[in-house]
Design a protein around this ligand. Structure first.
Ligand SMILES: Nc1ncnc2c1ncn2[C@@H]1O[C@H](COP(=O)(O)OP(=O)(O)OP(=O)(O)O)[C@@H](O)[C@H]1O
Length: 377
């Protein structure tokens, strides 16, 4: 597969002291759309660019929070990262091996190391199987345990996720939402994976249950040395569990960095808008909730230039419509972002936080320009 297809953005690789467990480079996933004769005749786009040039990495025992609004491509990216989907372009490496094109037995072996937890535990659990059969399936498929050894392992796994032995013979509809997600976690844990891609694992749950599940996942991570890609549409959900956060908009990563950078020094207007829309404890929204209005454009025909420009409070005009920004380091000390020609200087100048990158060339410039044009602002 090619990494230099037209839709791929620049690759600002994430620095890592050691090889990451998972490295994704230039990942694209396009879906063919149904088109009629009219569209074909007039040459309308025929692909949903669900993921459109993503680079990211996940270290051992690390949690990468992947955040963005509904439809921005999180689920699709998670499915590509876990090789449930083949990427349309780009490369995936896991533990140093190229897994982009794995199939057959090699893919089955990867499944033992990379597992998935799904958002809706009800629809991801077979209603006709008992919880014991559901969690026991991967033990059989991967020849891990049979007979009494399997039963013992199931009891152990159920205990590990806060369920009881008596739950083994119950069906999914006999559990609460939180308990069903515990079954999903036990199923993922059964093969002792290194990485779990958790696709909105708590979004369908009450807030109090969300906290229990996140705490459970954190405890299991510490105990078993797991790495997570933790997908959520809300930054507040990933705050507790993430080491690093990647913010996704319309198929691309627009900002990525350590948790403290994303929450403490957010740079991209989209990240700021997401942060401002987090509800306060008193239930009210923060004052700038209007930062994010309307819905994202269609991934079939994304805007030219910066994809966020149609909703961006920092929109400058032509430059934002023409230049498709690549991820570049944030100038940590000043809190501003350099225009492209300064990137190299920043990268080598030692003042930037190398893991903190954003896809916006003009942010620093826009506030400077606004100040020039309206000195009272
Ligand atoms: N199998 C598919 N065929 C065609 N389009 C798809 C398919 N799967 C996803 N899409 C489209 O790709 C885009 C990204 O979808 P995806 O589900 O990955 O986003 P998401 O951020 O996970 O959203 P949500 O939080 O609502 O699940 C959407 O426009 C969606 O309609």
């Amino acid at each position: 597969m090619s990494t230099d297809s037209p839709g791929t953005t620049g690759t600002t690789a994430e620095p890592a002291d050691e090889e990451p467990l998972l490295r994704a480079t230039g990942i694209e996933k396009y879906f063919q759309t149904e088109t009629g004769l009219f569209d074909r005749f007039f040459g309308e786009p025929t692909h949903v660019r669900a993921v459109d040039g993503v680079d990211l990495s996940v270290g051992e025992r690390e949690t990468l929070g992947l955040v963005g609004e509904s439809g921005c491509g999180k689920t699709t990216l998670g499915r590509v990262l876990s090789r449930l989907y083949d990427p349309s372009a780009g490369t995936l490496e896991f533990d140093g091996d190229d897994i982009t094109d794995l199939s057959g037995d090699a893919l089955k072996r990867l499944r033992k190391r990379v597992q998935v937890i799904f958002q809706d535990p009800m629809s991801s659990l077979n209603p006709r199987k008992t919880a014991g059969e559901i969690v026991g399936k991967p033990l059989e498929v991967h020849d891990i345990a049979t007979g009494q050894a399997k039963r013992d392992r199931l009891v152990e796994l159920f205990d590990e996720v806060g369920l009881q032995e008596s739950h083994l013979d119950r069906y999914p509809h006999e559990f609460s939402g939180g308990q069903r997600q515990r079954i999903g976690i036990a199923r993922a844990l059964a093969v002792e994976p290194d990485l779990i891609v958790a696709d909105e694992p708590v979004s369908a749950l009450d807030v109090s249950v969300q906290a229990q599940i996140i705490n459970l996942m954190k405890r299991l991570q510490d105990k078993y040395g797991l790495a997570y890609v933790f997908i959520a549409h809300d930054l507040s959900v990933v705050k507790h569990i993430s080491d690093r956060v990647a913010v996704m908009y319309l198929g691309r990563i627009v900002e990525r960095g350590k948790k403290r950078d994303i929450f403490g020094n957010p740079q991209h207007p989209y990240t700021r808008a997401l942060l401002h829309s987090i509800p306060r404890v008193d239930g009210k929204r923060k004052r700038n909730e209007s930062l994010l209005e309307g819905n994202p454009p269609s991934p079939i025909d994304p805007p030219s230039g910066c994809r966020f420009r149609t909703r961006c409070p920092e929109y400058l005009g032509d430059e934002c419509s023409e230049i498709d920004p690549e991820l570049q380091p944030v100038a940590g000390a000043s809190g501003t972002v350099a225009p492209p020609e300064r990137v190299e200087a920043i990268s080598t100048g030692g003042e930037s936080s190398p893991e903190h990158v954003i896809a916006c060339h003009w942010l620093g410039e826009s506030s400077e320009r606004r100040a020039r044009e309206d000195p009272m602002s």
